[in-house]
Ligand binder design. Structure first.
Ligand code: WTA
Length: 653
């Protein structure tokens, strides 16, 4: 973020107090902050009562061996029972858990009773496939109800799932399967995306030629397209799961039993397997879902418009909402299929009261213009949420005005795959919101902004966002790599969790997030590592060296821009080299990782110690005047790159 943007941001003076209707009925009040601050242990013990425990925990946090936390360690419970069965037992079996809207327009209404029965059948099916507590199961599905059923069936058996986003390539899937030793994969023939069926099963087949250990593949029939089924390994979900009994007794597991592994990009090449465990994660997600969205499960219709393949889908489409007995909308497709008013049509149809989405979507809607939302009745909305990247004040105000009718609170929620739950957010009934600010830590959570020496910065200053105390939904480690867990998050500042985000405290002490301070890019709210994409580029036979930067983009927040040096024997690479490299990155990682722009260059700017100077490349990618080049080995390199790019036939897209 440039200094100018930053100072504009902090000159933002618009204020939005909570609506009067809400102030009297809000879940979180000033008293909640006070209780949490006075006695955090008692506060979290109280939040743990949101769950049905087989053995009630007597402990809250055990921080005797930092950074390895244990929460509610002597409690036992079953995650799926807490999401499903108990609501049926409490008489809410007829309540809708999901209104599913498929991209082609097919719909399903799934009650808590039906969800419970389907989860039990799927748990029986997995048991027949030999899955037991501790075994890993990969889920590679489109946004269809079976994705939720599959996750909960795994959770019911104590078998950690790893959901791999359907947009990832077979290579990315294979890496994840291999990293955590998956034994069973749940997939579909395909899914609908932008009006056309995608192909998932063949990606699984390809992935399984590259890794070992998977003995069964369960295949949901979604599109009806032809797929190859491998005898003895592949089974159709509708036959195999559909034929199972819907009786299944849940087993209680210790609170610290692994619930899932979610891979996310770090600043070095290989994705990190974030491990979440059961009790603390469910307490943290259900509490924050209730608090930040002021959830009223009897009347709200909640819609997290995020894919289940990301943490937002895990925490606020599946676990948090289901523990709370929420009615949610689940939508399979893109916002412009078959028309640009699709989201607003869905809100009108299901009377959605809370919408949770990413700034990149909001900026896209801004670009399309207000005439699309204006055609629909959005009066059911009473709260709007934002997540995934910093939201610029203009987008925030547009969202509140055109979608929220200038009536509803907007909550900008900051958190991460690692934190598992929302950490910094306004509370809708308490906070006087500032457009673009995530405001304050949620009650019970402690964060700070510190300088390089780990000292808390005064109001009006910037630094790094850190979490100063353990929290229930925190990641417990990185799968199979405790040392990397320590190095990545706990070594930069003694005793503090380093989030990797820059932040600023304004004059009131409220927090503004300023984006990543490491080599992680945020593209449309998706985390991408520059090194991961560089490795993908360098694995192409024509490429000698590559440098990737995230350039500011009006819609996607950041966009991937790559600079590559070709190998001598590749000559000029041929006329299609840029397209060839983009396709190669898509095959290695997934279409979401395709660079927006690839520039073929002769040299890369490097410091005398050989480090690529990304800052300069970012200047070029953002069309800025070049910054200070005095530390460059050869400052003519930059002129060369710039001159080359100025040529009309330069190889860029
Ligand atoms: C960024 C998504 C500013 C941040 C839940 C973080 C945000 C990364 C916000 C985590 C926000 C998320 N304001 N930045 N409200 N929410 N981020 O793991 O850089 O996919 O570190 O989790 O997204 O991305 P992740």
């Amino acid at each position: 973020m440039s200094d100018e943007t930053l100072s504009n941001l902090l000159r933002e003076e618009r204020r939005f107090p909570p609506p009067k209707e809400l102030a009297g009925s809000a879940n979180v009040t000033d008293a909640t902050y006070e209780q949490a601050a006075d006695d955090p242990d008692a506060f979290w013990a109280e939040q743990a009562k949101r769950l049905d425990w087989d053995t009630e925990p007597t402990e809250t946090v055990d921080w005797s061996n930092p950074p390895f936390a244990k929460w509610f360690a002597d409690g036992t419970l079953n995650a799926a029972y807490n999401c499903c069965d108990r609501h049926v037992e409490a008489g809410h079996g007829d309540r809708v858990a999901f209104y599913f809207e498929g991209e082609p327009g097919d719909t399903r209404e799934i009650t808590y009773a039906q969800l419970t029965a389907e989860v039990k059948q799927a748990a029986n099916a997995l048991t027949e496939l030999g899955v037991t507590s501790g075994d890993r199961v990969a889920i590679y599905l489109p946004m269809i109800p079976e994705a939720v059923v599959a996750m909960l069936a795994c959770a019911r058996l104590g078998a950690p799932h790893t959901v791999v986003f359907g947009g990832f390539s077979s290579d990315a899937l294979a890496t994840r399967i291999a990293d955590c030793g998956v034994e069973v994969v749940i997939t579909a023939d395909g899914g609908y995306r932008r009006g056309a069926p995608s192909d998932l099963k063949s990606a699984v087949d390809q992935a399984l030629t590259k890794c070992e250990g998977v003995r069964s593949v369960l295949v949901v029939q979604r599109t009806g397209q032809d797929v190859e089924m491998t005898e003895g390994r592949d089974l159709w979900w509708h036959d195999f799961v559909g034929g199972q009994s819907d009786e299944h007794t849940p087993e209680a597991f210790p609170a610290e039993h692994p619930l899932y592994i979610m891979y996310t990009s770090g600043s070095t090449g290989t994705p990190k397997g974030i491990l979440h465990t059961t009790g603390g994660y469910l307490v943290g997600t259900s509490y924050t879902h209730w608090a930040a969205f002021d959830l009223k499960p009897e009347t709200d219709v909640f819609w997290t418009a995020a894919d289940i393949g990301w943490v937002t889908g895990h925490s606020y489409l599946v676990y948090g909402p289901l523990v709370n007995g929420t009615t949610s909308v689940m939508y399979e497709g893109t916002p412009n299929t078959p028309h640009q008013g699709r989201w607003w049509e869905i809100i009108e149809k299901y009377r959605v009261s809370i919408l949770y989405c990413a700034p990149t979507a909001i900026r896209t809607f801004m670009k399309w213009g207000p005439e699309f939302p204006e055609q629909f009745d959005l009066s059911s909305l009473r709260l709007l949420g934002s997540v995934g990247e910093p939201i610029n004040p203009e987008a925030w105000v547009w969202y509140r005005h055109y979608i929220g009718g200038d009536r509803v609170p907007v909550v900008d929620t900051w958190w991460q795959t690692e934190t598992g739950m929302i950490m910094v957010s306004p509370m809708p009934g308490v906070s006087e919101a500032k457009p673009g600010a995530a405001m304050t830590a949620v009650p019970g959570v402690s964060v700070d902004v510190v300088n390089d020496e780990a000292h808390s910065v005064p109001n009006g200053s910037g630094g790094y966002l850190v979490v100063t105390k353990p929290w229930p939904a925190m990641l417990r480690t990185l799968w199979g790599d405790d040392q990397r867990f320590i190095d990545t998050y706990w070594s930069r500042f003694e005793g503090l969790y380093f989030a990797g985000d820059g932040a600023k405290k304004d004059d009131d002490g409220d927090i503004w997030l300023l984006g990543r301070v490491d080599d992680v890019m945020n593209v449309s709210g998706h985390r991408m590592s520059t090194t991961e994409i560089e490795s993908a580029l360098v694995s192409h036979p024509k490429v000698a060296e590559a440098a990737v930067v995230g350039a500011t983009d009006d819609t996607t927040g950041q966009a991937i821009v790559a600079f590559v040096i070709l190998r001598t024997e590749a000559g000029d690479g041929g006329p299609d080299v840029v397209q060839e490299l983009r396709t190669h990155v898509a095959a290695e990682i997934g279409a979401i990782a395709k660079p927006r722009q690839i520039m073929v260059v002769e040299e890369l700017p490097k410091t005398r110690s050989g480090k690529i100077m990304r800052r300069l490349l970012r200047d070029i990618a953002e069309n800025r005047e070049l910054g200070d080049v005095t530390t460059l080995t050869d400052s003519s390199v930059m002129t060369l790159i710039k001159d080359n790019l100025a040529k009309p036939d330069s190889p860029q897209e």
